[in-house]
Ligand binder design. Structure first.
Ligand SMILES: *[C@@H]1O[C@H](CO)[C@@H](O)[C@H](O)[C@H]1NC(C)=O
Ligand SMILES: *[C@@H]1O[C@H](CO)[C@@H](O)[C@H](O)[C@H]1NC(C)=O
Ligand SMILES: *[C@@H]1O[C@H](CO)[C@@H](O)[C@H](O)[C@H]1NC(C)=O
Ligand SMILES: *[C@@H]1O[C@H](CO)[C@@H](O)[C@H](O)[C@H]1NC(C)=O
Ligand SMILES: *[C@@H]1O[C@H](CO)[C@@H](O)[C@H](O)[C@H]1NC(C)=O
Ligand SMILES: [Ca+2]
Length: 527
């Protein structure tokens, strides 16, 4: 049986091509069952799914209509761009259309009439989906390629941008970078950001039209010419995270910084021949599905992986609900040639029957207790199944047990609370006088000073005696001749008659105040 499984594992995916299928129905001695494999979608022409934006506003030619010339024929300015006439308009969508044979269609910018102010344009392509490039990005320019441009990329739907490649006829002058070629890169520098002069020099506007980001040449560093040894490439993509990310994008931006000059300096007397014109942008890649899908479809305006292995999300980046027995993992190209699916698993499945609610990857058998228990529960959980919250944390009522946010820190005030544990609704246990869910408030008649202390006095009780005044609820400031916490004691000698009488008056008048005093003293002593 083992032999049969091994045989099937070995042959089926290979018969289909590399990582093309996610599962297959196989027959073993134990009967038929599913086998699962690491899988990825086919490469596609990504320009069919892109959203484009051209900046700044007004950079597209034709509004108002404008004449332009070519470098070959600089004084025969017979061409015209007019946005209101379909045949003469050059909107951005013409960079992505299917061209009928012989008819080249292109987006075109305004001419450089505002020279010497630079002629700048950004072309931003967005997919709202992570894409792994599988072939060169090829941008086709009509009427000459820019002398200076750069390519940027984003991995987070345009929130942050990073340089991808610099292009100039003189890299040192334009960007302060030495010129390099991808062919000269090595295995350790395959994801280096370079400046290249290969695509920016004047070669006649008809001859060399393309500007590339060389993906194949970079693959070839590992897979050899003709990309024969893809296994070696996949092994490298697996072990070097930076390398995989290098070929992954959600957005691309071309920053056009200086147009073609026709091999000479800018001629101020004829600025109608300087502009950008792009007829095609070819981006070939596959949806990034973390090796958990072999199909990627265009739904509701966005590409989406059709996730297998009980994963879900736009990139199959998490486990489906009820399949979070262990933490999510991307599928793996390794071991060669078929990889590992790293499928998400439901409770009670092959994972030794030990449910950890996705907070642990590992179970361990404890011999003397004869139990299997989760090891190193994450997300502040604990317990045999990571089903409890660690001390000092409480259960998030709106989160499922397999949610990363399932345990919330108690955050008890260290001074106001007895310990850092709390009850199921996050209430801490307070010391005397303290109050509030976190014990950082004081009860009425208490004041906060490194903890809650009982008020000795306050405005309403007017508890300070013999004309004493209350200071911040903490003590009575006594008039001359009186002392004590409530100024209840006379300072007079006992053999002074006048004093004795005053003191006895006080005693006889206010037995209530004495008991209040004793109460307050008791509180202070208890504390
Ligand atoms: C192009 O995008 C960059 C950011 O990547 C921005 O700094 C620049 O101002 C933009 N240029 C134009 C012309 O919109
Ligand atoms: C991006 O894709 C997500 C997931 O498919 C979708 O919910 C969202 O609406 C999309 N955003 C845009 C701007 O298309
Ligand atoms: C996913 O879950 C279903 C049950 O809903 C199961 O039949 C299938 O085998 C699971 N797939 C994997 C890869 O675990
Ligand atoms: C409780 O869990 C929900 C669902 O995951 C989460 O949105 C919320 O932020 C969590 N609450 C706290 C206080 O962490
Ligand atoms: C937690 O303590 C607070 C305050 O003592 C109380 O109101 C609440 O009912 C307690 N919650 C539980 C679940 O015991
Ligand atoms: Ca076109």
């Amino acid at each position: 049986m083992l032999y049969l499984v091994a045989f099937l594992l070995h042959c089926l995916p290979l018969a289909m091509g590399h990582y093309d299928i996610c599962k297959s129905w196989v027959t073993t001695d134990d009967g038929p069952s599913w086998e699962f494999y690491a899988c990825q979608p086919k490469a596609m022409r990504m320009k069919d799914y892109v959203t484009v934006r051209v900046d700044p506003p007004g950079i597209t030619c034709g509004d108002p209509p404008e004449r332009f010339c070519t470098h070959e024929n600089p004084y025969l300015c017979s061409d015209e761009c007019d946005a209101s006439t379909p045949d003469l308009a050059h909107p951005p969508k013409l960079m992505f259309d299917k061209e009928d044979e012989g008819l080249v269609t292109y987006w075109q910018s305004v001419t450089w009439s505002r020279y010497p102010e630079p002629l700048l344009a950004n072309i931003t392509l967005s997919w709202n989906k992570s894409i792994e490039l599988t072939d060169d990005i090829v941008v086709t320019f009509e009427y000459g390629r820019p002398t200076v441009m750069m390519l940027e990329k984003s991995l987070d739907n345009g929130r942050t941008w990073h340089p991808y490649q610099y292009y100039a006829d003189d890299c040192m002058e334009a960007f302060g970078m030495p010129a390099r070629r991808v062919k000269d890169l090595s295995t350790t520098s395959a994801n280096r950001i370079i400046c290249t002069e290969e695509y920016s020099r004047w070669a006649g506007s008809k001859k060399e039209k393309n500007v590339r980001l060389e993906v194949r040449d970079r693959f070839a560093i590992f897979a050899g010419q003709d990309l024969r040894n893809m296994d070696n490439l996949y092994t490298r993509l697996e072990s070097a995270k930076g390398l995989k990310d290098f070929f992954t994008v959600t957005d691309l931006r071309m920053r056009l910084l200086r147009p073609a000059l026709g091999g000479t300096y800018v001629q101020r007397e004829n600025l109608y021949k300087y502009f950008y014109a792009v007829s095609n942008i070819e981006v070939t890649g596959r949806c990034k599905c973390n090796l958990h899908a072999n199909l990627c479809s265009f739904k509701e305006g966005s590409l989406q992986c059709e996730c297998e292995h009980n994963t879900t999300g736009q990139d199959c980046g998490k486990c489906k609900k009820n399949f979070r027995t262990r933490s999510w993992r991307a599928g793996s190209y390794l071991p060669l040639p078929n990889g590992s699916p790293n499928a998400c698993a439901a409770a009670g499945s092959a994972f030794g029957n030990c449910e950890c609610y996705g907070h642990s990857n590992r179970c361990s058998y404890i011999d003397f207790l004869n139990v299997v228990t989760c090891v190193s529960c994450k997300h502040n959980t604990r317990g045999q199944h990571c089903q409890h919250c660690r001390l000092g944390f409480y259960r998030n009522g709106s989160a499922e047990l397999d949610d990363e946010n399932v345990c919330i820190e108690c955050n008890c005030n260290q001074i106001g609370s007895l310990h850092d544990r709390c009850n199921e609704t996050g209430y801490c246990e307070c010391r005397e006088g303290a109050a509030g869910p976190k014990c950082d408030d004081c009860l009425p008649n208490y004041y906060w000073r490194q903890g809650c202390f009982p008020n000795v006095c306050d405005e309403e009780l007017l508890i300070c005696q013999n004309g004493g005044t209350c200071y911040q609820n903490q003590r009575c400031i006594c008039p001359a001749g009186f002392k004590g916490i409530l100024c209840e004691q006379s300072k007079c000698d006992s053999d002074n008659k006048a004093c004795n009488s005053a003191s006895s008056t006080y005693l006889s008048l206010t037995p209530f105040l004495i008991s209040a005093l004793i109460l307050q003293l008791q509180r202070l002593l208890d504390f």
